[in-house]
Design a binder for this molecule. Structure first.
Ligand code: HDD
Length: 743
């Protein structure tokens, strides 16, 4: 074999064990010197932040490569052969170990929620829950480590982040009293009322079994077939046809425990509650066009956004809150059945009371070890928190361990570092695949005398988990649900009524798109019937988009309010002003211009906890500021706002553009790729600002300004106005909604 040019030189003082003529890496060497592009000003991490302090302890350790048995290796690049050109020998134990391990590196992906991203953090209790819950981690000032995994539901592990879907929001609280998992979603109601229907809804939502398409989409016949037949799914479906189905960021999602849980205080008094996560940054979404473009341009958009924000120090946080209801025999509140997971309780009827705050401040070091192997379970409870008889929750209590036995290869997954409780563990679970324990003692059974009777049972005073003495309802065994579960439409109507005109337009567009992708007319007709039962305008506008007749409702609406609440303010996500931490600001520069203020602008944006990305014709630096994107790599969908510090023109010798709408090369027209950035930001209702030469370009592309266009002379002043606009997320005033004003 010809010696490789980059063969590392043996470390000083360590002679090679092979003749130098072979020129192959044999002896262990020191680390290779950094490549030119790894030196100097290049960021060490994608955002330029210093790597976290834990990296040194989690990186590959030790000077020498070894086998899994600790034997130092001399070569891992060549299999052992009978002569240089001969066959590979079976006795090559290093080869077999390496390949065998590799062959088994993949584990089954989650049957749902396969694609996710996660982060570590801390939860701090406010102490405000103490009157209803004795769980120690809710005490005032108590800090508890957490791990949160966000996910899409339908797509497989390699699918895109921005698919229209419900999002998972699962948090593991490593409390002193054992691990508590809050396995939540970003929508407060679920598709189905009884867990026995879960395989049905998932089979319907997953790709068609014959061709396995489409991936990560609900825009297909089997999904709409199911939800139009099983109408309890209509309420949830309406939520994710709305903007919550395409979040801007995991950091900007609410989380909902959905089910009603039962809490107990220190005296054993019980209450019923629903858990809510409220994001500090507000609830914001992508536009559908952005989501679709991102699916191709950056399928990792949400996981990148989460890890970049954490790395840049913009640590996302959520307030945990509870709605509290009396624990009455009917387990209902203001006529809403609290055991029906397709219903929520409007905040106007039961305000969300804050009980603590979670901040995510550390990215996982290893995706597989942490994000992939984490195992959540709604049955992981701590003293003071218990389940109710919600028939969906009851089935979940079985499903999670069951699936993890397969996914994580046996019964010992709780011993994996990410799943290990931070409370002392003293169980009597023994043996099995992947057992890590080397237990002393001979009596892993109770009662015993051989191990001195140990371990002992804890009483309530020792912090034992006690099953709350809840009365079991009388009745006969039957496969039925309570009659109070039968209303499938009134809360869907409440949701629809609570939307602003812009949000209604988005919902109509979403149904029109999704049903437009169905092949079977009968499915569209049936879904239009469901929409008619929710709202006449919703139905007629979707029907018009499909070119079909709008049916009359078959379910009578219960007057204007469908209950005590006509509209519920917190259901709409528009309006209000929110922090802008972690927002992405694109800055188009022309390197030929005077860019002397660029560094200061860059620093100002970073100081405001946002991420600036300089966009220039070529990579490298402009006045010492690193270029984050070139015209070839920039995509408007990455940015929350765009600044034009210059107006790069097409170079006289540039090649013809493949984009037929672009200006002619050499014409002195604005560089077409910059023009495209501006046009897309305009259509996606994003704030844009310009000064200097950038003004003309922005004016030309936006018809001399308009809502959300900031033209000025001074960069900091323009930036200031852009920041204010960003607080409202988007500039919807730019477009008149087609919907009438909210009723
Ligand atoms: Fe589930 C995963 C949330 C109903 C069965 N579920 C899973 C995850 C989340 C939820 C966030 C991903 C956890 C992670 O990141 O690892 N699931 C929910 C919510 C539900 C719900 C909020 C309704 C209120 N789930 C539900 C039912 C069943 C399941 C009714 C079964 C009958 N869920 C599972 C599962 C998963 C899962 C198959 C897949 C991987 C896993 O559990 O560990 O067991």
């Amino acid at each position: 074999m010809t010696p490789a040019n980059n063969t590392p030189t043996p470390a000083p003082g360590r002679p090679s064990s092979r003749p130098p003529s072979l020129g192959e890496p044999t002896d262990p060497t020191g680390p290779l010197p950094p490549k030119p592009d790894q030196e100097g000003a290049q960021p060490r991490t994608p955002t330029g932040a210093e790597p976290g302090p834990d990296r040194s302890t989690t990186a590959q350790q030790g000077e020498f490569l070894t086998t899994s048995q600790g034997a130092r290796l001399q070569d891992t690049d060549h299999s052992l052969k009978a002569g240089r050109r001969g066959p590979v020998l079976l006795q090559d134990h290093h080869l077999r170990e390496k390949i065998t391990h590799f062959d088994h590196e993949r584990i089954p992906e989650r049957v749902v929620h396969a694609r996710g991203a996660a982060a570590h953090g801390v939860f701090e209790g406010y102490g405000t829950a103490e009157s209803v819950c004795r769980a120690g981690f809710l005490a005032k000032g108590k800090r508890t480590e957490v791990f949160t995994r966000f996910s899409t539901v339908v797509g497989s592990r390699g699918s895109m982040d921005t698919a229209r879907d419900t999002r998972g929001f699962a948090t593991k609280f490593y409390t002193d009293e054992g691990t508590f998992d809050l396995v939540a979603n970003n929508i407060p109601v679920f598709f189905i009322q009884d867990g026995i229907k879960f395989p049905d809804v998932v089979h319907a939502a997953k790709p068609h079994p014959d061709r396995e398409i489409p991936q990560a989409q609900s825009a297909h016949d089997t999904f709409w077939d199911f939800v139009s037949l099983h109408t309890e799914a209509q309420h949830h479906t309406l939520w994710f046809m709305g903007d919550r189905g395409i979040p801007r960021s995991f950091r900007m999602m609410e989380g909902f425990g959905i089910h009603t849980f039962r809490l107990a205080d220190a005296d054993g008094e019980t209450s019923l509650v629903k858990f809510h996560w409220k994001p500090t940054l507000g609830v914001h979404s992508l536009t559908w066009e952005e989501a679709q473009i991102l699916g191709g341009a950056d399928p990792d958009f949400h996981r990148r956004d989460l890890s970049d924000a954490i790395e840049a120090g913009a640590h996302p946080s959520w307030e945990l809150g509870i709605q509290v209801f009396p624990d009455n025999e009917e387990q209902s509140f203001e006529g809403i059945d609290l055991l029906d997971p397709t219903k929520f309780v409007p905040e106007e009827l039961a305000p969300v009371q804050p009980i603590g705050r979670m901040t995510l401040d550390r990215n996982p070091s290893n995706y597989f070890a942490e994000t992939e192997q984490v195992a959540f379970n709604p049955g992981h409870l701590v003293p003071g928190i218990d389940v109710t008889d919600d028939p969906l929750l009851q089935v979940r209590l079985f499903s999670y361990v069951d699936t993890q036995l397969t996914r994580l290869g046996g019964p010992n997954f709780a011993q994996l570092p990410i799943n290990r409780a931070h409370a002392p563990i003293n169980d009597m679970l023994r043996d099995g695949y992947g057992q890590q324990g080397d237990y002393a003692g001979v009596a892993p059974y109770q009662p015993n005398s051989l191990d001195g009777g140990c371990p002992f049972m804890a009483g309530e005073a020792d912090g034992a988990f006690t099953d709350l003495p809840v009365r079991v309802p009388e009745g006969v065994k039957e496969r039925e649900l309570s009659a109070t579960f039968e209303d499938h439409y009134s809360q869907a109507r409440l949701f629809w009524r609570s939307m602003t005109p812009i949000e209604r337009d988005h919902i109509i567009d979403a149904y029109s798109f999704e049903l437009g992708k169905c092949y079977e007319n009968v499915i569209r007709e049936r879904q239009l019937q469901c929409l008619a039962n929710i709202d006449g305008e919703l139905c007629s506008r979707v029907a018009a988009a499909l070119g079909m007749a709008a049916p009359e409702p078959t379910v009578a609406a219960d007057g204007e309010s469908d209950g005590q609440v006509v509209t519920s303010g917190p259901l709409s996500q528009l309006g209000g002003t929110w922090p802008i931490d972690g927002r992405m600001i694109g800055i188009v520069v022309d390197p030929e211009d005077d860019n002397s203020g660029l560094l200061a602008l860059h620093e100002k944006i970073v100081a405001a906890s946002m991420t600036p990305l300089v966009i220039a014709p070529h990579g490298g630096e402009v006045v010492g500021v690193p270029v984050g994107r070139t015209f070839a790599t920039a995509a408007s969908v990455e940015f929350d706002a765009l600044l034009l510090a210059g107006a790069p023109l097409t170079a006289p010798d540039s090649r013809p553009s493949v984009d037929p709408t672009a200006g002619a090369p050499g014409s002195g027209a604005i560089e077409p790729r910059v023009g495209k950035l501006i046009d897309e930001c305009w259509h996606h209702a994003k704030a844009m600002g310009a000064w200097g030469d950038g003004r003309g370009a922005l004016e030309a592309h936006t018809g001399s300004g308009g809502a959300g266009i900031v033209l000025g002379d001074e960069p900091f002043a323009v930036l200031g106005e852009i920041q204010s606009l960003l607080g409202g997320h988007r500039v919807w005033e730019r477009f008149a909604p087609a919907s009438p004003v909210r009723s």
